[in-house]
Design a protein around this ligand. Structure first.
Ligand code: UDX
Length: 437
């Protein structure tokens, strides 16, 4: 099939390369010439395991090209919309200007029988509005909503072998036709057991935001238990293991620590709250504001623990910050709790030296005032306290004995509860986890 992907950011670049990998002829379109130039040269503009490989092979095979011109979407039959829906400045609501611009730019190039497929995360009601726009254009194209559930760090795998597919389609023959086209698009990604939910626009839009709201709730729930554990002298990691054995609860996404960040969960729960208010049902998801508040308190807690570890005297003390990305295997620092902790400590007058295997360039762009070290040992050298805030493998595997020779004071705050307290204490360290005695 001939497919266009409008928007070549995180979602779009991965989607375009993955669709080509599935055997389709794909054109990725973006307004940013720098991004298009890099992608055309098979350079991923961000760190994502496996992406460069599939970009290279798809470009070499001629199945994947990139352009800044929306008119180049003309020869495609299926057009994915994969632009960003960031949080509006100073508001919780999502900013839909890129989605509208993408649709407006695409409409003149649509033909009878084309299918526009929304992948961006949008407030419920957006698809119906966009479908009307497309209908009003008289192009004869139709719209489907097909939310994306990819996780950064596993984006290629999640796209090539999705754990489920959701199609939001209009009723009647147009919906049947949309479903047939999407089945064809995903034919080689769908295994016999891949669950498929075919539903209406509103449900498809809500599936995405409610899934993210549930995940955020799970994380804040365990972080709330960490807050209680801290005052009760309990260990939240043992608690998570124990409740996680209940199959109805499950152990995944019960890792307490400095909380969630990234380009999705924080903005999506805020946009969901804002949309629910607009729909007159603000109270239904008001708990999400509490989920957000619990999440932000974990960053305060991590900062307080560092301050306490330094006996209240932060000024000019050397703090080694291990991690900047919002999670491992990513260079993404959008709404990163790790970067935020580093910034706050720096703001208190500490001499912060932060390190990360991939996220230093993005961090320098946002927070140039911080101190950075590309080498973990350089970051640790002479530290008065070490704080682990992104659980990269290399930090999880640090040897407390070797590291002990580098620092000035053997004090470590484990903001992700990934180190073995016994091992670190045996090596002479003061170990403190989040919600652990
Ligand atoms: C998320 C959803 O998982 C994905 O389905 C959706 O499509 C996009 O948003 P992503 O943002 O890539 O994906 O990250 P995810 O792996 O979900 O982690 C989000 C944040 O939660 C990270 O900051 C992570 O460190 C934190 N987290 C996760 C916890 O603090 N504890 C956990 O137990 C799990």
């Amino acid at each position: 099939m001939r497919i266009s992907v409008i928007g070549c950011g995180y979602l779009g670049a991965v989607h375009a390369a993955s669709m080509a990998e599935l055997g389709h002829d794909v054109i990725g379109i973006d307004v940013d010439p720098g991004k298009i130039q890099a992608l055309s040269a098979a350079q991923a503009p961000f760190f994502e395991p496996g992406l460069t490989d599939i970009l290279k092979s798809a470009i070499a095979s001629g199945r994947l090209t990139f352009s800044t011109n929306p008119a180049d979407a003309r020869s495609s039959q299926v057009h994915f919309i994969a632009v960003g829906t960031p949080q509006k400045k100073g508001e919780n609501a999502a900013d839909l200007r890129f989605v509208d611009a993408a649709i407006d730019g695409l409409i003149p190039h649509l033909s009878e029988g084309d299918l526009v497929v929304g992948k961006s995360t949008v407030p419920v009601g957006t698809a119906a509005r966009l479908a009307q726009k497309i209908a009003d254009s008289g192009s004869g194209a139709s719209l489907a909503w097909n939310p994306e559930f990819l996780r950064e760090g596993f984006a290629v795998k999640d796209t090539l072998t999705p754990d489920r597919l959701v199609y939001g389609v209009p009723s009647g023959e147009a919906g049947e036709a949309a479903k047939r086209l999407l089945d064809e698009v995903y034919a080689s990604a769908i295994a016999a057991e891949t669950p498929l939910v075919v539903t209406d626009y509103a449900t498809a839009e809500l599936v995405k935001v409610s899934a993210n709201a549930f995940l955020a709730t799970k994380i804040s729930f365990i972080n709330a238990m960490a807050e209680i554990s801290e005052v009760a002298g309990a260990d939240v990691t043992a608690l998570a293991d124990a409740i996680g054995f209940d199959a109805r609860i499950g152990r995944r996404f019960l890792n307490a620590g400095i909380g969630f960040g990234g380009g999705c969960l924080p903005k999506d729960i805020r946009a969901f709250s804002a949309r629910a208010e607009e729909l007159g049902r603000g109270e239904s998801v008001r708990f999400l504001l509490e989920i957000d508040a619990i999440n932000m308190r974990r960053r305060d807690r991590a900062v307080d623990m560092v301050v306490e570890a330094l006996g209240g005297q932060v000024y000019k003390k050397k703090v080694a910050v291990l991690g900047l990305a919002f999670k491992p295997d990513s260079d993404d620092v959008r709404d990163s709790p790790a970067l935020d902790v580093a910034v706050r400590l720096n703001g208190l007058g500490a001499h912060v030296i932060a390190t990360d295997p991939e996220a230093i360039p993005n961090s320098i762009r946002l927070q140039p005032q911080l101190g950075f070290a590309t080498d973990t040992h350089d970051a640790l050298h002479g530290a008065d306290v070490v704080v682990l805030v992104t659980e990269w493998k290399e930090y999880r595997e640090l040897d407390p004995v070797t590291v002990g020779d580098l620092v000035r004071e053997k004090v470590i705050i484990d903001g992700r509860n990934v180190l073995d307290p016994g091992r670190w204490r045996d090596a002479g360290w003061t170990y403190r986890g989040m919600g652990r005695p």
